[in-house]
Design a protein around this ligand. Structure first.
Ligand SMILES: *Cc1c(COP(=O)(O)O)cnc(C)c1O
Length: 386
């Protein structure tokens, strides 16, 4: 099938709205990501929170990637899908006791620790179990990733990570705690980052931090984890479907002062799954307003919340009509004014019953669906079984 073409005839037999996943697109993306990371022997942990659909997870696990989890539920989903616990890392600013216990019981690779308070709890739980918890400090590098405010995480004022000023006290704690072992450092700048200079700044900052830790404490870090955040092209899903993995890893490689035997890790989420997923929705009504024309869909922010929550753009196509293009405000049925997918969207003339494709919805789409307004969660279909 041509890129960006959908089996619309088959779609007509399926109740809408639903997610459609192109597994060839996913595999092509994984091919590029693993090949480019492999050049430098970098480890890739897929960020499960971007899409935890079991079928998607199993395809990714089957390619030997690790998993980056942010909850106990994600650890369970990852293990069930076939990820090796030894390749699972666990981040999150609010890990509950049961989640820490689960991580220890499964024998995950690393807890990415976000505060001294958390470090103490992990140490206590590990001690009770007679285990040693492998921990990495998630450092907040105070770098502006130039992305949407709601998805930037690496600034001083964000809740994530340990601020540079507080690094000393975190290191003191680790030295005191006998059931936690420092295995490395971790960063995560934010999401949908398309300007690679943010990652350059991160590597430079990390090199400095590493120098300082080595000089002051004689520490050598086994692991450096640069987190996720690589963006995708929401405007050109057909022409540029695979994220810039080649230049991303090359930029890191060029600047990184990698120590002998040190392992370098990444946690891409969106850039792995974003382009393989599409939300398919039916037009319920074409509503002529006073100044605007609305295409009212049977999908709303309950199926895809990114436009409402992050002002995100998704390319929208009418896949069942080929009439002349007209402008529509594409809206959902939810009783909230923010339930708008796009304004002045150019679509082939829309009629009731047409199917619209909301593109690049594989990341933070299905996984964020809700039952608000007592709606049903969307089903998912896959290119190889439809
Ligand atoms: C969300 C998140 C990621 C993945 O971010 P993407 O933008 O989807 O690549 C990676 N690491 C951590 C710690 C995260 O919270």
């Amino acid at each position: 099938m041509l890129k960006g073409r959908f089996p619309a005839d088959k779609f007509k037999e399926i109740p809408t709205p639903f997610y459609y996943y192109d597994l060839d697109m996913l595999r092509e993306t994984l091919d590029v990501a693993t090949k480019e990371a492999g050049r430098y022997d970098y480890r890739v942990h897929y960020a499960v929170k971007a899409n935890a659909n079991p079928r998607i997870l199993s395809v990714i696990a089957g390619r030997g990637l690790g998993a980056d989890c942010v909850s106990g539920g994600e650890i369970r989903a990852a293990v069930e899908a076939g990820f090796n616990p030894r390749n699972i890392v666990f981040a999150g600013v609010g890990k509950a006791d049961w989640e820490i216990e689960l991580g220890l019981d499964k024998g995950i690779a690393c807890f990415n620790v976000e505060s001294v308070a958390e470090l103490e709890v992990i140490n206590e739980i590990a001690s009770r179990k007679g285990k040693t918890a492998p921990v990495a400090l998630r450092i907040n590098p105070d770098i502006d990733a130039h992305t949407h405010a709601k998805i930037t995480t690496g600034r001083k004022e964000n809740k994530f990570g340990i601020n540079l000023e507080q690094l000393d006290s975190a290191l003191d704690s680790i030295a005191r705690l006998h059931s936690a072992r420092l295995t490395g450092i971790h960063y995560h700048l934010g999401s949908q980052i398309t300007d690679l200079t943010a990652f350059q700044s991160l590597v430079i900052r990390s090199n400095e931090i590493q120098d300082e830790l080595e000089a002051r404490l004689g520490l050598s870090l086994e692991n450096v984890n640069f987190g996720g955040g690589l963006g995708i092209d929401y405007y050109h899903p057909n022409h540029l479907p695979v994220a810039a993995f080649e230049s991303y890893f090359a930029v890191v490689h060029k600047l990184l002062k990698r120590r002998e035997g040190q392992q370098i890790h990444f946690e891409p989420g969106r850039s792995i799954v974003g382009q393989c997923g599409t939300l398919i929705s039916k037009v319920l009504y074409v509503k002529e307003g006073v100044t605007r024309r609305f295409a009212v869909l049977d999908a709303g922010f309950t199926e895809l919340i990114r436009p409402a929550m992050y002002d995100a753009y998704h390319r929208i196509e009418n896949i069942t009509a080929d009439g002349d293009a007209e402008l529509y405000d594409v809206v959902g049925p939810i009783c909230e004014s923010s339930d708008v997918f796009g304004r002045d969207v150019e679509l082939n003339k829309v009629r009731r019953g047409d199917l619209l494709a909301l593109r690049s919805a594989g990341a933070y789409g299905e996984v964020m669906a809700s039952q608000y307004n007592c709606r049903r969660l969307p089903a998912s279909y896959f290119s190889d079984t439809i």
